[in-house]
Design a protein around this ligand. Structure first.
Ligand SMILES: [Zn+2]
Length: 229
């Protein structure tokens, strides 16, 4: 049943010619709240843009290079974004609200809550995330805490929609601040940020998001949305 759903999804994606990026994040639920990366974290691209890249060049959104926190090859075409709350789980709502405030404080984007899902750029939801990736060791349980799906147009580098999911069943055990940090990480993906290597001080390090949004993340987002350093 799930397999069929996946096939249908891939066909749909193929028809729409939209690459889908899924960022999956795992975390230890026993012991420290450190986030693990799923081994298959990456990009499902069913679109070959090599032939059209040159023609579409002038329509492409500007993407900065050498940002402190790595970025994906896409961003929103506008800094004013709408987000829709697609969950009634209070702790998850709090986490998303806190994360939206935190990203808005960077001054790079202005994310506003909206009541109409069809008008939203970003969907904030909760859901049971599958347990991907092997358990890191005996005595540990690895579980996925958050995941973000993005759709973008490879001709223009423009994001079309992002869906961030937090797993309430796992995050209900965590502290409020940790939940918010996981939401910050997922919304970071929804804004175009990629995973950061361990040596960068960033909320986008899958194994350690406890820093929250850092100076590097703020600077990167401001470069990405071209609002100065
Ligand atoms: Zn991630």
């Amino acid at each position: 049943m799930k397999k069929h759903l996946l096939i249908i999804t891939i066909i749909l994606v193929g028809i729409l010619l939209l690459p889908v990026h899924v960022a999956a994040d795992n975390v230890l639920t026993a012991g420290q709240p450190s986030v693990f990366d799923a081994p298959d974290d990456g990009q499902l691209s069913v679109y070959d843009d090599s032939s059209q890249a040159v023609q579409a060049g002038k329509h492409r959104l500007y993407l900065p290079t050498n940002t402190p926190t790595p970025i994906e090859n896409y961003r929103w075409p506008t800094r004013k974004l709408k987000i829709y709350m697609d969950t009634s789980d209070r702790p998850i709502q709090q986490a998303f609200k806190g994360a939206v405030q935190a990203w808005n404080r960077t001054g790079a984007v202005h994310i506003k809550w909206c009541r109409n899902e069809s008008q939203a750029d970003i969907i904030a939801r909760d859901g049971a995330l599958s347990n991907t990736g092997a358990a890191p060791g005996v005595g540990y349980v690895s579980a996925q805490l958050g995941s973000t799906n993005t759709e973008y147009n490879p001709d223009t580098n423009a994001l079309i929609q992002a869906r961030s999911t937090l797993d309430a069943s796992h995050l209900d055990y965590a502290s409020r601040s940790f939940r918010t940090e996981v939401a910050e990480h997922e919304l970071g993906h929804a804004l175009g940020l990629a995973h950061a290597p361990e040596y960068v001080h960033s909320v986008m390090i899958p194994r350690n998001i406890r820093t929250g949004i850092t100076h590097n993340d703020r600077k990167t987002l401001r470069q990405l949305y071209d609002v100065g350093r």
